[in-house]
Design a protein around this ligand. Structure first.
Ligand code: ADP
Length: 607
C-alpha cells in the first residue's frame, strides 16, 4: 500500500515535470516551425530580389551587337568579369536555347552543354517575365537559385541572361538559426526539468504530509494535526482534513463512552443476557451468564449455543425465534450445577426486515418461586394451626350447649379444654403478630445498655413454677458485668423462647446451663440443656417457621412452632447469628451471638 502510494506520488511528480516539458516543447516547436519557415522564405526572397537587381544591371551592360553576332569571346569575357564582381554564375543563352557563354565553364565544355530551352526559368523568361527557379544543380552538386530574363534590343529578342547563386549561405543561416533554437530548447528543457522538480517537490511536500497524517488517521491515531502549509487550495485541504480528523476523534470518543456505558450496564445486569446471530452462534454474553452457566465469555464468542451451554430448552427457544421471528417467553429449570428456575425472554433482532439474530434475557426466578412456595406453605400452616384449636373449641362449646353444661362432673373439664385451646390460639396469634412485626422493614429496635445476666435472671424468675413442675434445674453462668446494647424486650423474648424450649424438651431432673464466651468483638451466649435432643436430619430446619420435630408433643406442650424463628429474627435484627448443636437423647446447645457493647461503642478506626 505504501509502495503503491509512493509510486503514485512519484508519477504525479513526473506528470508535473512532463507537463512543463510538454508546454515548452509545444511552444518551442511552434516558434521554431514558424521562425524557420519565415526565415527560409525571407532569405530566399532577399537573395531572389538581389539576383533580379543584379540581372537587370548586367542586362544593361551587355552590348546588343556582341549578342547579335554571338560573339563568344566577348560574351565569355563579360560573363566571367561580372561573375567575379557579383559572385554569381552568369550564363548567356540564345533564343534557340544554346548556351553562348557561362562564367563557370570553359569554352570547350560549353559546346557540349545541352540545350537550355527546357529549363523552367528559361521558359518563363521567353514568355517575357522574369523566370525564377530553385533546384539542385547536377553540375555543381548544390542547391541553386536561378533567375532568367529576356535580352532584347528595340523589340528584337536577342537571347536570355541567366544568373545563378548557390543557396549555401541561405541554408547556412537557416542551420545556424536552427542550431540556436535547438540549443535554447535544450537549455529550456533542462531548466524545465530542474524547475519542474523543485516546483513539484514544493507542491508534493505538503501533500506528502497530508498523506502521512491521513494514514495515521485511518489507523485510529488522531494525536497529530497537519500544519496548514499555505492559504491556497492545498492549505484548505489540510484544514478540511484536520477538521475531519477532529470530528472523527470526537465521534469515536462519544461512541467509546457510549460503548463503555453499555458494556457496564450489560455486565452489571443481574439478568443473564445472550446475543445470538442468525446462524445460532453466540455473539456475546454478560457476566451473569458466565456465573449462571459457569462459562467464560472469551471461549463462548463465535460458538454454536449448544456447544457452550448444554441446555436443550434454551436451544429450542433460540431455534424457534430464529425461525418465526416472534418473541418467546419460557420458564426453564436448570438441574445442574444447582437446581434453579429461570424465566427466559427472547426477542428477535431484525436486520433490514430479515431476522439477524436474537437477544435472550435470562431471569433467575428461583428466589421468587421459593418465596411463593414459602408463602403458600405459611398460609396453609397458619390455617392448619388455627383450625385445630378452633375446631376443638367449636366442638366443646357445642357439646356444652347440647347438655353437657348441666353435667356437673365434666362441664368444668370441658371449659378447661376450651380455655387451653383459646390460650393456644392466643399465643399463636401473638407469635404470628411478633413474627410479622419483626419481618416488616419498619421494625425499630429500642436499643439500650443491657446487663445480660440480670436480664436472664428476670426471665428465669418467670419460669420458676414451670421449672419446679418439670423438676429441672437452671444455672445462670453469665458473667456479672456482661453488657450489650440491645432492645430489652426483644432480648427478653429470645431468652424466654430458648428457656421455654429447654424446659419443655427436657427430661425429668434435667438441667439447663446458660453461659457465654467473648471473642472477636462478639458475645456468644449458649443455652445448654440435658433434654431429648434433636435428630440430626431435623437440626438444619428447626429455625424454620412451624417446623417441629414432634408436632404432637410440641402442641401438647403449648408450642406454636414459631418460637425459634422469632429468636432468629430478633438476633439477626441485632446483627448477630444463631445456631444449634444437638445429639438426640443427650441434649441440645442453642447459641446466639451479639456484637459486644465494647465493640459497638468503639470509635471507627482511621485507616
Ligand atoms: P415450639 O413452639 O414447638 O417450641 P420452636 O420454634 O420453639 O417451636 O421450636 C421448634 C422445634 O424445635 C420444636 O418443636 C422442637 O421439636 C425443637 N426444639 C426446640 N428447642 C429444643 C430443645 N431445647 N430440645 C429439643 N428440641 C427442641
Amino acid at each position: 500500500m505504501a509502495i503503491d502510494l509512493n509510486m503514485r506520488i512519484k508519477s504525479f511528480k513526473l506528470k508535473l515535470i512532463f507537463s512543463y516539458i510538454f508546454v515548452i516543447l509545444l511552444s518551442f516547436g511552434l516558434i521554431a516551425f514558424f521562425l524557420d519557415k519565415n526565415l527560409e522564405e525571407n532569405s530566399l526572397h532577399n537573395v531572389q530580389n538581389s539576383l533580379i537587381t543584379q540581372a537587370k544591371l548586367i542586362e544593361n551592360q551587355i552590348v546588343p551587337e556582341g549578342l547579335k553576332k554571338e560573339d563568344v569571346n566577348y560574351l565569355e569575357t563579360l560573363s566571367k568579369t561580372l561573375s567575379l564582381k557579383t559572385k554569381c554564375r552568369i550564363t548567356v543563352i540564345n533564343i534557340q536555347g544554346k548556351v553562348l557563354a557561362d562564367s563557370e565553364k570553359p569554352r570547350e565544355e560549353i559546346i557540349h552543354m545541352e540545350n537550355h530551352l527546357n529549363r523552367p526559368e528559361v521558359i518563363t523568361a521567353l514568355s517575357g517575365n522574369i523566370g525564377i527557379d530553385t533546384r539542385y544543380s547536377p553540375t555543381l552538386k548544390i542547391d541553386m537559385l536561378y533567375v532568367a530574363l529576356l535580352l532584347t534590343d528595340k523589340n528584337e529578342t536577342l537571347g536570355i541572361l541567366r544568373l545563378a547563386l548557390p543557396l549555401e549561405s541561405v541554408q547556412k543561416t537557416l542551420s545556424t538559426t536552427r542550431k540556436t533554437v535547438f540549443l535554447g530548447l535544450f537549455f529550456s528543457l533542462v531548466l524545465a526539468f530542474v524547475l519542474g522538480s523543485i516546483a513539484a517537490s514544493r507542491v508534493i511536500k505538503p501533500i506528502n504530509r497530508m498523506i502521512n497524517a491521513s494514514r495515521k488517521f485511518s489507523e485510529g491515531d488522531f494525536s497529530r494535526r497537519i500544519i496548514q502549509p499555505s492559504q491556497d487550495e492545498i492549505g484548505e485541504l489540510a484544514a478540511t482534513l484536520n477538521k475531519m480528523a477532529q470530528d472523527i476523534e470526537n465521534k469515536i470518543k462519544e461512541i467509546r463512552a457510549q460503548n463503555q456505558k453499555l458494556a457496564a450496564i450489560f455486565n452489571s445486569m443481574i439478568e443473564g443476557v445472550i446475543i445470538i446471530d442468525k446462524a445460532g452462534r453466540i455473539v456475546s454474553i454478560n457476566q451473569a451468564v458466565e456465573k449462571i452457566f459457569g462459562v467464560v465469555k472469551g471461549d463462548a464468542a463465535g460458538k454454536i449455543f449448544l456447544e457452550v451451554i448444554r441446555n436443550n430448552d434454551i436451544a429450542e427457544v433460540i431455534s424457534a425465534i430464529l425461525k418465526k421471528g416472534e418473541p418467546v417467553s419460557a420458564e426453564l429449570t436448570l438441574i445442574y450445577p444447582v437446581r434453579r428456575i429461570f424465566e427466559v425472554n427472547a426477542t428477535p433482532i431484525f436486520d433490514n426486515d430479515t431476522i439477524g439474530g436474537c437477544l435472550l434475557v435470562i431471569h433467575d426466578i428461583t428466589e421468587i418461586r421459593r418465596l411463593e412456595t414459602m408463602r403458600r406453605d405459611f398460609v396453609a400452616n397458619v390455617s392448619h394451626e388455627l383450625k385445630t384449636p378452633l375446631t376443638s373449641i367449636k366442638g366443646f362449646v357445642e357439646t356444652l350447649l347440647e347438655g353437657a353444661l348441666d353435667d356437673k362432673e365434666n362441664n368444668r373439664n370441658f371449659l378447661k379444654i376450651i380455655q387451653n385451646h383459646a390460650e393456644r390460639l392466643n399465643s399463636l396469634v401473638e407469635d404470628l403478630l411478633s413474627l410479622s412485626y419483626l419481618e416488616s422493614k419498619e421494625t425499630i429496635l429500642n436499643k439500650e445498655s443491657l446487663n445480660l445476666r440480670l436480664q436472664l435472671e428476670e426471665v428465669i424468675s418467670g419460669f420458676k413454677s414451670q421449672l419446679k413442675k418439670m423438676n429441672v434445674a437452671i444455672k445462670n453462668d453469665l458473667p456479672a458485668g456482661i453488657s450489650i446494647n440491645a432492645d430489652k424486650n426483644r432480648i427478653e423474648q429470645v431468652f424466654t423462647n430458648l428457656i421455654d424450649n429447654a424446659i419443655k424438651f427436657n427430661k425429668e431432673k434435667g438441667s439447663i446451663r446458660v453461659y457465654s464466651r467473648e471473642a472477636n468483638g462478639k458475645i456468644e451466649v449458649f443455652v445448654e440443656d440435658s433434654g431429648i435432643g434433636i435428630p440430626e436430619k431435623d437440626i438444619p430446619r428447626v429455625f424454620e417457621r412451624f417446623y417441629r420435630v414432634d408436632k404432637a408433643r410440641s402442641r401438647e406442650l403449648g408450642g406454636t412452632g414459631l418460637g425459634l424463628s422469632i429468636v432468629k429474627h430478633i438476633i439477626e435484627l441485632h446483627n448477630g447469628s444463631v445456631g444449634v448443636e444437638s445429639v438426640e437423647g443427650l441434649g441440645s446447645k442453642f447459641w446466639f451471638t451479639l456484637p459486644s457493647f465494647k465493640a459497638e461503642t468503639k470509635p471507627p478506626l482511621n485507616i
